[in-house]
Design a protein around this ligand. Structure first.
Ligand SMILES: *Cc1c(COP(=O)(O)O)cnc(C)c1O
Length: 381
């Protein structure tokens, strides 16, 4: 008999989503606007504490609009963490600006404040800094915000992976001048695809909605004085989001429980470390990850690699995933600069990539699934 597939992270639906969709059909609001879109924005504002929100077609679209609104253009420099998904950086290149990649620190795996300081020495006036809260772990926001403020450079928070993660009592996504969330299929809540841009400045979210709907001037005729996009969230999609948001806290609690289960299950294996959580944070634990200690070997003296563990899991029909490959190592971004915390120092991002992997973190996984995953990983050591 074929073994059941155990997933990394996939959608978990509850039923209310369909109610909101049905309402949209019944009232014929099948369009990139409508009551679900407006309500989802309001509900996200209430959940995150963000002042204002603009619902969009994707997290990537939200990052793109954030950069457009901050005036990022040709020849501008934008600081971007290296250890992240390519979508964090792609919009920088859409606008023909130049990303400069910043190394990670070990405490949270996110943008290193020391490396950021060094980047400012080399490039004193970037147009923006993008920070990411990788796998749901809050970045060192106090330090990063202080550095940005010193230089008068706006911070964009890519909170695509960290909806529900709280840093010192406040939601990630609400610290930067602009924050963005993603509702892609494997995120902590999903709308199948979607995103949101948030800001305390209503002018910014209004501008986002304007640009997302083809930048149509308020004139009788179809008049345009700026280039716009078709980036608005649909009323159907927003319905899914409203249903999902009702279960956000439940999803977060289950994700955190998965993390703790792994942490306990591997506590007696010194060669395994779980991904760090922020000591000042209440992280959503979107994906639980682990790293293998340098030089860890099997009893037969073979070096233990992430590939070895991923292969062992795949044999049991369990999905896992490498850590994001650092962007400064990507062929498409090879021409751009990369800054570490100290001159000539080895890259922390590269080291995490070399020794790490993402473990199955789907909230529907059963105790038996968890047992199989844990047994399989332990069996590699
Ligand atoms: C998923 C993700 C995005 C992109 O969001 P989409 O909604 O898929 O466009 C951006 N940044 C990070 C860090 C992500 O994980």
């Amino acid at each position: 008999m074929d073994k059941k597939r155990i997933y990394l992270s996939c959608p978990t639906m509850h039923g209310e989503e369909q109610e909101f969709i049905r309402e949209a059909f019944d009232t014929n609001w099948v369009a990139p606007l409508g009551p679900n879109v407006n309500a989802f924005e309001k509900e996200m504002e209430a959940y995150t504490g963000a002042g204002h929100a603009s619902a969009l077609s994707a997290g990537t679209a939200a990052i793109h609009l954030a950069l457009r609104i901050l005036g990022v253009g040709e020849k501008d420099i934008v600081f971007v963490p290296s250890l992240t998904f390519s979508a964090t950086c792609n919009p920088v290149v859409y606008e023909k600006a130049t990303p400069v990649f910043i190394d990670s620190e070990r405490d949270t795996w996110n943008m290193s404040p020391e490396a950021l300081r060094r980047a400012f020495e080399k490039y004193p006036s970037p147009k923006a800094v993008i920070v990411v809260h990788l796998y749901g772990t809050c970045a060192k926001l106090d330090e990063i915000m202080e550095i940005c403020a010193q230089h008068g450079v706006p911070l964009v928070e890519d909170a695509a992976e960290s909806l529900g993660s709280i840093y010192k009592g406040k939601h990630t996504g609400t610290f930067g001048k602009i924050g963005i969330y993603s509702f892609n299929g494997n995120k902590i809540i999903t709308t199948s695809g979607g995103g949101m841009l948030v800001s305390d400045d209503e002018e910014i979210t209004k501008k986002a909605t304007f640009l997302a709907t083809q930048a149509r001037d308020p004139a009788r005729f179809y008049q345009h004085s700026q280039i716009g996009y078709n980036y608005r969230m649909s009323n159907i999609t927003a319905g899914i989001g409203r249903g999902q948001l009702l279960h956000m806290e439940e999803h977060k609690a289950l994700k955190r429980k998965i993390y703790r289960q792994y942490q306990e299950a591997f506590a007696d294996i010194p060669e395994i470390s779980m991904n760090p959580l922020n000591q000042d944070g209440d992280d959503n634990c979107w994906l639980s990850c682990m790293t293998i200690a340098q030089g860890a070997c099997t009893s037969r003296g073979e070096k233990i690699t992430p590939d070895m563990i991923m292969d062992a899991l795949e044999k049991e029909n369990v999905e896992s995933r490498p850590i994001w490959k650092p962007l400064h190592l990507q062929p498409v971004f090879a021409e751009y600069d990369f800054i570490t915390a100290k001159e000539g120092e080895d890259s922390v991002a590269e080291d995490i990539f070399d020794r790490g992997l993402c473990l199955p973190s789907d909230i529907k996984n059963t105790p038996e699934d968890m047992e199989l995953i844990i047994k399989t990983v332990r069996g590699c050591f």
